[in-house]
Design a protein around this ligand. Structure first.
Ligand SMILES: C[S@@+](CC[C@H](N)C(=O)[O-])C[C@H]1O[C@@H](n2cnc3c(N)ncnc32)[C@H](O)[C@@H]1O
Length: 318
């Protein structure tokens, strides 16, 4: 019987509260709120459900690419790297790599703390030889790695095309932060959605079962329950479309009627048809993404695409 190692570190990602984000976001001329606020426990569950929808192709294709490339990845990275995963969620994809890459430790990181704890506990049950240190953190603020973890021997894993939720400038800053976290010789394995036929993207973000719509609308439930804003989810509608000029899928919540919301003495007027912008998902061709990575000081080692070029996985080195 092996000793299991699991620790939990709370970096209190709630510092920038939902209430502050709502006041800031609703005060803007074009109302918006960052996608990280989707992820309370219910939001994380709904995201896991989205990943099972037939139209939402990225998880299936990314898993297929990872499983098919694991030997090559192993050859290029070697074993026993300290491996950390910002925004790990259910930590499903790392499972495809653990037996081969044999990290010396795995650090899943997420803003959704309860969900993270469950995911970490399941990983430790499945891989009892692996020390797991779960870190509850907002990865836009920091990526805390213990100083004792040797630089150059670190591997960052960032699947799910979460990089697409940043604007290209924010993505550059995030990649630069990852670069300085992994240190010279450190590596990043990252999944990035490609540019493609808009109809495929439209279907992916408007699944027939309406799960993405529920995920988007859960933000209104969350705002109502956690901040006391008098918003009614029935008064909002999910919208997602591909903005070809900016190369991104946009998600919005559209106000179905003229409405006034109140929070701590603030009044917010929403006109019928006005939108609350909740998420961007930028798509990158391999050339575009490699240029971005290089600007952040990350050199491309190899990348893999599926036959239809719907999704890409890149191995980069600092
Ligand atoms: C799109 S999901 C991807 C999950 C997983 N990496 C995958 O590929 O299936 C994004 C994950 O990142 C987490 N997340 C989003 N914004 C975050 C932030 N700023 N800091 C930490 N975690 C964040 C969410 O809670 C969620 O688990």
């Amino acid at each position: 019987m092996m000793d299991k190692t699991i620790t939990f570190h709370d970096h209190n990602p709630r510092i920038e509260s939902l209430q502050e984000a709502v006041i800031k976001g609703l005060s803007k001329e074009f109302k918006s709120i960052a996608p990280k606020y989707f992820y309370d426990e219910r939001g994380s569950q709904l995201f896991a459900e989205i990943c099972e929808q037939p139209e939402y192709y990225p998880p299936y294709i990314e898993r297929t690419i990872l499983s098919g490339s694991v030997d090559e990845i192993l050859y290029l990275t070697g074993t026993e790297r300290i491996t950390f995963e910002p925004g790990a969620g259910e930590a499903t994809k790392i499972r495809l790599l653990l037996d081969a890459l044999k990290p010396s430790a795995y650090l899943p990181m997420d803003i959704s703390c309860e969900y993270l704890k469950q995911a970490a506990a399941e990983i430790v049950d499945e891989f009892p030889w692996l020390p797991v240190h779960a870190v509850c953190v907002d990865f836009t603020h920091s990526i805390p790695i213990p100083n004792t973890a040797p630089e150059g021997n670190r591997l960052a894993f960032f699947p799910g095309s979460s990089i697409g939720n940043f604007t290209p400038n924010e993505a550059l800053n995030f990649l630069s932060m990852v670069r300085s976290t992994i240190g010279q010789g450190g590596m990043l394995l990252i999944g990035v959605d490609t540019k493609k036929e808009p109809a495929i993207l439209h279907a992916a973000y408007n699944d027939a079962a309406g799960v993405t719509a529920k995920f988007n609308l859960n933000l209104i439930h969350r705002i109502r329950n956690e901040t006391g804003v008098d918003c009614d989810p029935e008064n909002f509608e999910h919208q997602a479309f591909y903005n070809a000029d900016l190369g991104r899928v946009e998600m919005h919540l559209i106000s179905r009627c003229e409405q006034t919301l109140h929070l701590n003495g603030h009044r917010f007027q929403l006109h019928e048809g006005e939108t609350l912008h909740t998420e961007n998902s930028y798509k990158y061709s391999p050339d575009e993404f490699i240029r971005l990575a290089e600007r952040a000081g990350l050199q491309p080692i190899r990348h893999w695409l599926d036959d239809e070029k719907l999704f890409a996985v890149y191995l980069l080195q600092a």
